[in-house]
Design a protein around this ligand. Structure first.
Ligand code: HMG
Ligand code: MG
Length: 304
């Protein structure tokens, strides 16, 4: 348990990107400030994608300039146009995103996986010139199943992960984009990944569509994974992944880790307060189990 586990908070990006209700930039900033106050150290704050495709994150440049100091911030970048926008506001950590399935990338970023890796090689090289000490994450979405192409063979995930590492990413986050995987599949995939790549290179990104995200984290920790993405309040989903519901809730992840003896440095009460800022803006009640339980215990009622 001395081995730290990293949490990458993706709520301001993955949590909000699919929400139709526009959230004001000031509300996003208040959310991020509250996450920082709760002890969150890594935040994926926004995306420099086309505002026509993801209107909710059209304020990326404006938001980035006002981010509170404290956490390490990163943002999604899909192409050279996005990179130029990101560099213009001083982004030092970026995430490139592809998938294990052409059918998904063609809908999500209008490129095949091969085309995306060609574009990303150029984006990564230009980023390294501008930011020699910068940090790059790569995403492999639909790592277990694609909503369009079905089940994905492990070999395809290994191949795309290797190609991302070859173009110089520091870490690859493996996405169960539609939240369908069960622990036995996580065991198979993470065992295969850790045979090929050091564990510092691999993060897991679970969505909780079927309620198995926490069980999948337990399995991945057992195999040796030490970095997980999560979204405060369990918000999230990708507009190009029909059926994808919320991400693994950060509250559930923090509860699991703390209860199991892994120190996170994150205060669950403060985290729940941060989630309430966006939930209230969206007009939605808390749904993450650990948040509902925390709120019930704070108010002295039973969590029913
Ligand atoms: P496209 O329409 O093929 O782009 O979209 P284009 O190059 O033909 O350009 C069309 C217009 O967009 C042009 O403007 C460009 O200037 C503009 P116009 O001439 O029509 O006025 N444009 C941009 N504007 C701002 N920033 C940019 C940019 N690029 C072009 N970066 C594109 C291709 C990749 C841009 C588009 O498909 C896109 O933005 N996709 C993003 C989709 C997205 O964000 N999906 C969600 C994130 S992935 C995810 O959620 C999965 C993950 O969570 C892991 C998991 O769960 O598995 C990461
Ligand atoms: Mg996601």
């Amino acid at each position: 348990m001395s081995d730290p586990i990293r949490i990458v908070e993706v709520g301001p990006r993955d949590g909000l990107q699919n929400e139709k209700t526009p959230i004001a930039t000031e509300t996003k900033l208040a959310f991020i400030a509250a996450l920082a106050a709760a002890g969150i150290r890594e935040v994926e704050a926004t995306s420099f994608v086309s505002p026509k495709w993801i209107p909710q994150l059209a304020d990326a440049n404006d938001l980035w300039r006002q981010l509170p100091t404290g956490p390490l911030y990163s943002a999604l970048v899909p192409n050279l146009a996005g990179l130029e926008r990101a560099l213009s506001v001083g982004v030092e950590r970026m995430a490139l995103f592809t998938a294990a399935s052409d059918a998904f990338t063609e809908r999500n970023i209008r490129m095949t996986v091969d085309q995306s890796l060609t574009v990303f090689a150029e984006v990564a090289s230009r980023f390294r010139q501008a930011k020699p000490n910068g940090w790059i994450r790569g995403y492999v979405s639909t790592a277990f199943e694609c909503p369009y192409a079905g089940r994905i063979p492990i070999s395809q995930v290994i191949e795309v992960t290797g190609r991302l590492i070859d173009i110089g990413v520091n870490e690859v986050s493996i996405g169960d984009t539609i939240g369908v995987a069960a622990p036995i599949e996580v065991r198979g995939l993470t065992t295969a990944l850790l045979r090929e790549f050091p564990s510092e290179r691999i993060a897991m990104h679970f969505h909780d569509t079927n309620g198995l995200a926490v069980a999948n984290v337990v399995e991945a920790i057992d195999r040796g994974i030490r970095c997980f993405d999560a979204s405060a309040g369990g918000l999230g989903g990708c507009p190009y992944a029909p059926g994808a519901s919320g991400n693994l809730a950060t509250e559930d992840l923090v509860y699991l880790l703390e209860r199991s003896g892994w120190h996170t440095g994150i205060d669950l009460d403060e985290l729940s307060r941060a989630s309430l800022i966006v939930l209230e803006a969206l007009g939605r009640p808390p749904a993450a189990k650990a948040q509902v339980a925390q709120l019930a215990s704070a108010s002295g009622t039973s969590p029913t």
